[in-house]
Design a protein around this ligand. Structure first.
Ligand SMILES: *[C@@H]1O[C@H](CO)[C@@H](O)[C@H](O)[C@H]1NC(C)=O
Ligand SMILES: *[C@@H]1O[C@H](CO)[C@@H](O)[C@H](O)[C@H]1NC(C)=O
Ligand SMILES: *[C@@H]1O[C@H](CO)[C@@H](O)[C@H](O)[C@H]1NC(C)=O
Ligand SMILES: *[C@@H]1O[C@H](CO)[C@@H](O)[C@H](O)[C@H]1NC(C)=O
Ligand SMILES: *[C@@H]1O[C@H](CO)[C@@H](O)[C@H](O)[C@H]1NC(C)=O
Length: 768
């Protein structure tokens, strides 16, 4: 999708201010909806407006009434109304990645709703490892979205979340995702989608708003050294596709019941994803049975034709995409070339009717064809339901739950506001507003900058130290001067959208420009604790700071959202005990120097020295690892229940009864319902109450190029000092202990599985 344009944002802010001052009358305060029978009683005659009928019959009635031209008008995001049937224009494209966003023409802020709650960018939310929180955020965002729809400021169809795997630290859009682990991404995506879509009345056939899981699939190169996403061909093995790239999408459809999937710009193994019948029709509809619509990324059919030159004529692109299972086009390619594709016999109207039905069924489930929305559930939501105190407090809570403490020398954090009488606050991100939001942002309710957050607890002196995050030349002396005079120093460094964003992947993963010099020089002259705060989407090589004894603490704060500064202060002063864990590996710069970003292989290749990717496969040096994160307390683990041996029953005559097998197929019914419990007692042996995430990893037997380690589950619990809690994992042998073989088949490896819980290791034998 086209990136948020910065100049657009600026001009928008100015417009917003002037509107507030002049208090104009707003023209558009009504939502778009069809079947307005109270104003047009004739519409009662149409069955598609009859709410007592099922969605399928209503859709069939509607599609049957439309001409081909009218249908084509509903194959694109800027859909053309059919006034003779009381159907208005509709804009399909709205976004709500971490709050209602102004990216996408379907949503606007105005004097009526000047801003919406801006939660942390997703990568930080993922770091909370709090599954219920993912859903709660989705619920708040959909409430604000529905409130904005009611006053004509938003649509009902939101193209969020982004559930691609953060495969390489350089990816500019890694910030939008839930990180590198397929299980975490799957759980995040499904939970956020449920939060957006599920209605409070429990009616599963209907939708509060429609979510969209994107970008399908193996999409995680934007623009690296000039290699563009628009024609990048991702060469992906079946094994990597099935155990890394596809799981979040599968979970999004099957566990989240998402109403839409977006196909990506890139090709996968030589075929554009939006024109691949196996990936769309075969997998999304055939295997996963999507109840909803498949949409292209914006202008991706243009890219397929003009950039990739994948077909000879535009009509062939239309036919390929629609015959592959595409329903909606973000862009205007289908409105331009569908009629001629039909005229030339490349595409028939039955296929178009199928697409129409998927699009209209989604709109029916949203209530768009049920007449006046103010008379429906959520009809009473309005501007006062946006940016409520509770919603803004939740944005702060998410940020502080996500912030990750990566280094903490004894006696450094938390700072005591009583003993720290003066705090030097330094760095190009120390007093930022918009930077805190990350991409796919909206106008927030308000901002609390890090400087403002810290100043609320103690006296501060501030020096930016660099003109901007690029930090071409650091103002070292000015920064050193205030650092030397202060009781403690907080350096807020890192990146912003000028360093990592959509259409811009990084080449270097070190702190930009002279930031490192500034940190090191300031640390040298400081007399008290030196806290390095890294605000970024992707990981940074900060090995120098990890090794520098003068840098006493390191915090990663992602892009922490509108309340980021308050949350940072909550952690620094110990009002909140940090509990975030890294959702991605932090690699050294040498990794970026050596590894081609465009090499999609997850698994290492000993022949070429290719090191592999993510904690599941990469064995080389890291700066910080997946799951890292400290607390101000210490938590002990004790395994109270875990089997040593699990026997897999096999029926008479199974080949593995007579001969040695390394693994058995998951499809075998013998494998069904085979599970066991793992119980872990956790004790907070520190002095502060706090939350703690328990990870259950497994290292399977090394057959089929299995991951060295993979996450089976995670659970977070809150414990008072000296408090104890029991965490229960129910392990399903086929689901959790299986691996994907070279051909993409799920297998349960027989032999020793090493289970890891914290520093505990437990050996489990699987036998037939
Ligand atoms: C709706 O149906 C009624 C009864 O069949 C008919 O009298 C009326 O003219 C119809 N209205 C429209 C707008 O078609
Ligand atoms: C329409 O096209 C689809 C896909 O090519 C084909 O399967 C179907 O049989 C066609 N239907 C008609 C009625 O021609
Ligand atoms: C910090 O940023 C806020 C909000 O943009 C601004 O009002 C304030 O003047 C800045 N503070 C300093 C010391 O520059
Ligand atoms: C990186 O991969 C691209 C193809 O994706 C290839 O053209 C290029 O030669 C590779 N570079 C190296 C250093 O392997
Ligand atoms: C998870 O998030 C919810 C909502 O903010 C919070 O109430 C709960 O305490 C969190 N869980 C843990 C274990 O911290």
């Amino acid at each position: 999708m086209a990136p948020a344009n910065h100049s657009f944002f600026l001009s928008f802010s100015i417009l917003c201010v002037s509107l507030l001052i002049s208090r104009p009358v707003f023209a558009q305060t009504k939502p778009a909806f069809a079947c307005d029978v109270s104003n047009n009683p004739g519409l009662k005659n149409f069955s598609f407006c009859d709410q007592s009928l099922d969605v399928k019959s209503r859709v069939a009635d509607l599609v049957g009434r439309l001409t081909l031209q009218e249908k084509i008008g509903w194959l694109v995001n800027t859909a053309k109304g059919v006034s003779r049937l009381g159907i208005p224009d509709y804009q399909w494209w709205s976004e709500a990645l971490h709050g209602v966003s102004y990216v996408g023409p379907g949503t606007k802020f105005s004097g009526l709703v000047p801003g919406a709650t801006s939660f942390p960018q997703v990568i930080l939310t993922a770091a909370t490892f709090n599954e219920s929180l993912f859903e709660i955020i989705g619920k708040v965002v959909s409430t604000e979205a529905r409130a904005m729809y009611n006053v004509g400021l938003a649509g009902l169809t939101f193209w969020s979340p982004n559930i691609n795997i953060f495969r390489d630290p350089r990816w500019g859009r890694g910030q939008e995702t839930a990180g590198e682990d397929p299980l975490l991404s799957s759980k995040y995506g499904a939970a956020y989608v449920r939060g957006l879509q599920e209605r409070d009345d429990g009616d599963k056939d209907r939708l509060k708003v429609a979510a969209c899981c994107k970008h399908y699939t193996a999409y995680d190169v934007d623009n690296w050294k000039g290699i563009q996403r628009y024609n990048f061909n991702a060469l992906v093995t079946q094994q990597d596709l099935d155990d890394t790239f596809q799981p979040p999408f599968k979970s999004c459809v099957l566990d989240g019941n998402v109403a839409s999937v977006m196909c990506s710009y890139n090709q996968v193994n030589g075929k554009p994803t939006c024109g691949d019948p196996d990936l769309l029709y075969g997998v999304i509809r055939g295997q996963w049975k999507l109840n909803g619509y498949i949409v292209t990324d914006c202008d991706s059919l243009n890219e397929m034709f003009y950039t990739q030159k994948y077909t000879k004529t535009p009509e062939e692109t239309v036919a390929l995409a629609m015959n592959s299972g595409l329903d909606l086009n973000c862009g205007d390619f289908l409105s331009k070339f569908t009629q001629t594709a039909v005229d030339r016999g490349l595409l028939n109207e039955t296929v178009i009717n199928g697409a129409m039905s998927n699009n209209f069924a989604t709109m029916m489930r949203l209530g768009f064809f049920d007449g006046d929305p103010s008379k429906q559930l959520y009809g009473n939501l309005g501007p006062t339901d946006v940016c409520t105190t509770a919603n803004q407090e939740l944005a702060r809570e998410v940020a502080r739950e996500g912030i990750v403490l990566l280094k903490n020398t004894e006696g450094s954090l938390p700072l005591s506001p009583k003993t720290i009488k003066s705090l030097a606050v330094i760095g190009p991100n120390a007093n930022v507003t918009h930077t805190m939001l990350g991409s796919y942002e909206g106008t927030p309710c308000k901002y609390t900058t890090p400087l403002q957050g810290l100043t609320a607890s103690t006296a501060t002196v501030y020096q930016p130290g660099c003109a901007d995050v690029s930090c071409g030349s650091a103002q070292v002396d000015a920064a050193k001067k205030i650092a030397a005079a202060a009781d403690a120093v907080v350096l807020v460094m890192g990146s912003d959208q000028s360093i990592e964003r959509e259409s811009l992947d990084r080449v270097d993963i070190t702190l930009p420009g002279q930031q490192q010099l500034l940190v090191t020089e300031v640390a040298k002259v400081s007399k008290g604790p030196v806290i390095l705060v890294i605000m970024s989407g992707g990981g940074m090589d900060v090995q120098f700071a990890k090794d520098d004894p003068k840098v006493t603490s390191i915090l990663w704060v992602g892009f922490p959202g509108e309340a980021g500064g308050a949350a940072i202060a909550d952690v620094i002063f110990g009002y909140y005990n940090p509990s975030g864990r890294l959702p991605m590996t932090w690699y050294p710069q040498s990794y970026a120097d050596k590894v081609n970003m465009t090499d999609m292989h997850m698994r290492p290749n000993p022949d070429t020295g290719y090191p592999g990717r993510t904690y599941r496969f990469y064995k080389g040096p890291t700066v910080f690892s997946f799951g890292d994160g400290l607390s101000y307390s210490t938590f002990n683990h004790n395994l109270v229940r875990a089997p040593k041996l699990v026997s897999v029953p096999l029926e008479e005559g199974h080949v593995c009864r007579s001969s040695m097998c390394k693994s058995i197929d998951v499809v075998d019914h013998t494998c069904k319902n085979l599970g066991f419990d793992i119980h872990v007692r956790v004790k907070n042996v520190g002095h502060m109450s706090g939350s703690h995430t328990v990870f259950l990893f497994s290292s399977p037997p090394q057959v089929h190029n299995a991951p060295q380690k993979h996450l089976l589950g995670f659970q977070k619990l809150h414990l008072e000092p000296q408090g104890e809690g029991l965490v229960r994992f129910n392990v399903d042998v086929c689901k959790h202990l299986s691996v994907v073989d070279e051909k993409g088949n799920r297998k349960v490896a027989l032999g020793e599985h090493l289970l890891h819980v914290g520093s505990l290791k437990h050996s489990l034998n699987l036998r037939v």
